[in-house]
Design a protein around this ligand. Structure first.
Ligand code: F6R
Length: 609
């Protein structure tokens, strides 16, 4: 959460920082700010405002903030409301600073350092800034000041700091919250993640926890927290730099929905060896898999929804008991884990703090951990015993689409692999399962081709205040995700329920024209689901059916809208219904004139508990 960007070199820092911040906006967009060292006055001049980076761009231009060394920030508010005072950078004395993370003990520190009276914002960051300034005044040199200050902080942080009397240099230090940095021909830069850095360079380094990065126009230097110099290991960005652009689509969300067939194949193909699922590259040999007699899946939001499908599949195909637990509950609960339990954590960003803490907790309990992660080199990937990378490429829209689909794909592979290893599936059966899996992209493409038809369905719910979604079995898991998607991008309240459950209370909310979307994709459950549809229809609901092609439907005209999904085996239908539900959410938000990619109050990367 929050995006930070810094540049020092020979070029215009404002332009570079604003460009980087725009790319990082998906990490938070409550307010934005920039601080640039002004050669004429020897001061860092700050400009900040509520709202998005484009507001900041015009304000900073009007205020003529310019120079060649500066830091910027786009904020997702944690401590303190969305105000200009609470926006970053913060300035105290000689220190100008931006921060991503949370300093949990900021109130104690404010009283310990006697600064409560002087604070102009309500933020933990301003307190941290005062602590840096206190030690900088005391020791008159940056390393000792940074060392002393970070020793005081409890919580997570990525700080970028300019000391006013050290012109041209930017210092950075972090714990948990990420920082990557790189150099170009004209200077050096750092950012919260590669989405911003990749606009300028392909070569980068990852700042380690409690290391200090010092940047100037000539290069990067790395130190440990005691100020001893370290070697820098440079890595190369291996994704298509063009992938983080909209490529002609009006929103990233639509572009990312369209990218799903390719993302699916990129994820599945490398794990299909001689027609069978394979994870030996990741160190997950048959012997490793044989070790586990229980699996725990933990994640948040959409990633958790993929985990729920994973549970269904692994139990069905491999007969291994699987529990799922939302990461924020897992970490404060008492999950029963031991060395025969594999804890799978799922995360697109690889940074979600609750999921990361769950990995730590699993280790403490003696369990092995497997991360299913999209962004390479991130904390969850680094700290898990095993990691399977999904290959969605950069996902920029805040609402996750392609990352979810490829998480599902990994669970299909894992379930098949476990079934094979545990002797619940023959090699022949597994080969035909894999063959069918490979045909999923064609089904997804068919739904993408039908997007105008799906758009028509969305027009039926655009004015609703509440929507209900019903399904059984895998259909229930599909609508859990579909319902979250609709809520987050359209702001229409939506509730997903097992279809058989509605008459145990919620049906009281169904009245004339209440939209109810049913997912009917499971041959063995279709009749039951259709009879649940009739129950709500007879109470006046506006019923939209997403139904597998071939499933018999008497008197199709009695339903308000019907969309036929390309037929596949029951197990694989979730992919096409997911895409239809993604489009329903997308078009509803689009027709409501909303900023689909940046829904209010949300951020792509959730690094606070
Ligand atoms: C919703 C969405 C979120 C994330 C959740 C976990 O569209 O994207 O629910 O799935 O915040 O994020 P990651 O996967 O980065 O751990």
């Amino acid at each position: 959460m929050c995006g930070i960007m810094g540049y020092t070199g020979n070029n215009d820092a404002r332009e570079i920082i604003l460009k980087g911040l725009s790319a990082l906006e998906y990490r938070g967009y409550d307010s934005a700010g920039i601080g640039i060292y002004d050669n004429a006055t020897g001061k860092v001049r700050v400009s900040k405002c509520i709202g998005k980076v484009k507001n900041l761009a015009s304000k900073a231009e009007k205020e003529n903030i310019s120079g060649s060394c500066g830091i910027g920030h786009t904020r997702w508010a944690t401590h303190g409301g969305v105000t200009e005072e609470n926006a970053h950078p913060h300035q105290v004395g000689k220190v100008t600073l931006t921060h991503n993370g949370i300093i949990e003990n900021y109130e104690e520190l404010a009283s310990e350092f006697g600064i409560e009276e002087n604070l102009v914002s309500e933020t933990d960051t301003e307190v941290a800034c005062s602590v840096f300034n206190h030690y900088y005044n005391k020791y008159k040199e940056p390393f000792k000041a940074i060392y002393k200050a970070v020793k005081c902080f409890r919580g997570t942080f990525a700080f970028t700091i300019i000391f006013e009397d050290i012109p041209g240099k930017i210092f950075a230090v972090r714990n948990v919250s990420p920082i990557v940095a790189g150099k170009t021909e004209h200077g050096t830069m750092l950012a919260s993640d590669l989405t911003a850095l990749s606009l300028f360079t392909k070569e980068y380094m990852v700042l380690g926890e409690y290391q200090i990065l010092v940047m100037d126009k000539d290069g990067l230097e790395l130190y440990n927290i005691h100020g001893e110099k370290l070697d820098i290991e440079y890595l190369t960005i291996d994704w298509d730099m063009d992938a983080a652009t909209k490529k002609g689509f009006p929103f990233y969300m639509e572009k990312e929905i369209n990218e799903q067939p390719e993302a699916f194949l990129n994820t599945v193909e490398p794990h299909c060896v001689n027609g069978l699922p394979d994870f030996t590259e990741e160190g997950l040999t048959d012997d490793v898999f044989k070790k586990y007699d229980r699996i725990f899946i933990t994640a948040c939001g959409t990633a958790m929804h993929s985990g729920q499908v994973g549970k269904g599949l692994i139990e069905h195909l491999a007969h291994i008991p699987v529990e799922t637990e939302i990461a924020s509950e897992f970490i404060y609960g008492e999950p029963i884990l031991d060395e025969k339990t594999l804890v799978i954590s799922v995360s697109q960003s690889g940074e979600t703090i609750d999921t990361l803490t769950a990995v730590h907790k699993a280790h403490e309990a003696g369990a092995d951990t497997l991360g299913i992660v999209n962004v390479h080199g991130t904390a969850i990937a680094r700290e898990s015993d095993y990691v399977i990378y999904t290959s969605a490429g950069p996902e920029i829209a805040v609402a996750s689409t392609k990352a979810y689909t490829v998480q599902l794909a990994v669970f299909y592979l894992l379930a098949a692999k476990l079934a094979l290893v545990k002797g619940r599936m023959t090699e022949d059966k597994c080969r035909s399962f894999m063959k069918e899996l490979m045909s999923v992209p064609e089904k997804i493409k068919k739904v993408i081709k039908d997007k105008d038809k799906v758009h028509k369905l969305a027009t039926r719910i655009v004015e609703a205040k509440n929507v209900f979604m019903l399904g059984r079995g895998l259909d229930y898991y599909a609508i859990l995700e579909g319902s979250l998607k609709l809520k987050e991008v359209s702001y229409i309240h939506s509730e997903a329920l097992p279809a058989g459950e509605i008459k145990h209370g919620t049906i009281a909310l169904i009245s004339d024209e209440t939209p109810v979307i049913l997912s009917v994709t499971q041959d063995k459950l279709a009749a039951k689901e259709i009879s649940n549809a009739k129950e709500v229809k007879s109470r006046g609901a506006l019923v939209i059916l997403l139904i597998k092609d071939g499933v018999e439907l008497e008197n199709e005209d009695q339903w308000d809208a019907v969309y036929r999904l390309p037929a596949d085996s029951d197990e694989l239908m979730i992919f096409s219904v997911t895409v239809a539900l993604q489009f329903i959410a997308y078009f509803t938000a689009l027709d409501l004139g909303l900023d689909v990619d940046k829904p209010r109050n949300l951020a792509k990367v959730v690094t606070v508990e």
